[in-house]
Write a protein that binds this ligand. Structure first.
Ligand SMILES: NC(=O)c1ccc[n+]([C@@H]2O[C@H](COP(=O)([O-])OP(=O)(O)OC[C@H]3O[C@@H](n4cnc5c(N)ncnc54)[C@H](OP(=O)(O)O)[C@@H]3O)[C@@H](O)[C@H]2O)c1
Length: 308
């Protein structure tokens, strides 16, 4: 099979390079095709004639980027998603698996988060542009499945981290931001300020687990007519993760200043991955300790030649 991965140069996409397979994996980034343009999306499909597409390309960011550029996040993601799905459908590509995110769930949802709740209320106001664009990716996939009988589906990971992440403090996510702050605090011998009080609980999945799961789903005969959650479950407090990172870099957690004047976010947002576990009971997620170890290792080995 030819499997085309959009967003192939990003954190999740680049993790596909480690998958050993006889299938042909084609990883493309924005320098190959600017998917905001229909003509580029069309050319990408004609150039590679994929049997399946794993669609990851997106404008991705942290809370600040999502809020400051809310219109851009909506517009660019709507264009990217609709161009990819429409070109795939017109060219009769039989299978497309696209990635959503738990941050698109309604702000007020029942826990654990289950995919039947995705469209049942407004998303958190900080990222509504990104969230509605991702929700439309789900709508368009279902519409194509219904009208054209093609196997287009969406799956939902939770918070991700890993190699090749974005370590920009304004635009990155919580784990890469903490890794960078603590590493720089240690090397510049200065205290580290982290937002909130560290008490919120979150679930995290190592990016290479997500690439393995997407590969499994794209190449399997699984019934993907319904959206499923695919993230690793099990909650960890932000404070406990900061302590693990401190431990790795030999930095005293006592030197962390928790800035309680800054927002801490929702207390918890657990998700339910039972459907995925039922489909692939043998799949083993990498533990948070091991994933963090590999990520901290990669960060300190590649600093500063990474996304900062
Ligand atoms: N990171 C998380 O915590 C998280 C959580 C849940 C879901 N997700 C989802 O996971 C997917 C991958 O995220 P990631 O963390 O790997 O993001 P990332 O590292 O920022 O990678 C984004 C990818 O999208 C590509 N891209 C962006 N704009 C594009 C455009 N106009 N045309 C073509 N390609 C474009 C980038 O290409 P270039 O690098 O070549 O510009 C890059 O390959 C996204 O769909 C995201 O919504 C991420």
């Amino acid at each position: 099979m030819n499997i085309l991965v959009t967003g192939g140069t990003g954190m999740v996409g680049s993790a596909f390079k480690k998958i050993k397979t006889d299938h042909r994996l084609i990883l493309v980034g924005s320098k190959d095709y600017d998917l905001r343009l229909q003509s580029h999306a069309e050319k990408m499909i004609i150039d590679h004639q994929p049997d399946a597409i794993i669609h990851l390309a997106a404008r991705v960011g942290g809370v600040k980027g999502n809020t400051d550029y809310v219109a851009d996040f909506f517009h660019e993601n709507i264009l990217i998603n609709t161009n990819v799905l429409n070109s795939a459908q017109v060219n009769k590509i039989p299978r497309v698996v696209s990635l959503l995110s738990t941050c698109i769930y309604p702000d007020k949802a029942n826990y654990p988060l289950t995919p039947d709740q995705i469209h049942l209320g407004p998303p958190h106001k900080s990222n509504f542009g990104y969230a509605y664009a991702k929700r439309m990716l789900d709508v368009q996939s279902r519409a194509i499945r219904q009208q054209h009988g093609l196997n287009y589906t969406t799956v939902v990971p939770n918070n991700l981290y890993g190699l090749n992440d974005n370590f920009d403090l304004e635009n990155g996510h919580v784990i890469p931001a903490m890794i960078r702050k603590i590493w720089e605090g240690k090397n510049r011998r200065r205290p580290v300020a982290l937002w909130g009080d560290g008490s919120p609980l979150r679930e995290f999945t190592y990016a290479s687990d997500i690439s393995k799961i997407l590969f499994l789903l794209a190449t399997s005969k699984d019934d993907l007519s319904k959206t499923i959650n695919i993230g690793n479950t099990g909650e960890h407090s932000i404070r406990s993760i900061a302590e693990k990172i401190c431990n790795y870099f030999h930095y005293s957690p006592l030197d962390i200043q928790w800035d309680t004047s800054q927002p801490a976010g929702q207390f918890r947002k657990p998700s339910c991955n039972k459907e995925f576990v039922k489909m692939h009971p043998d799949f083993k997620y990498i533990s948070l300790d091991e994933g963090l170890r590999q990520t901290c290792d990669w960060f300190s080995g590649n600093y500063p030649n990474i996304r900062l």
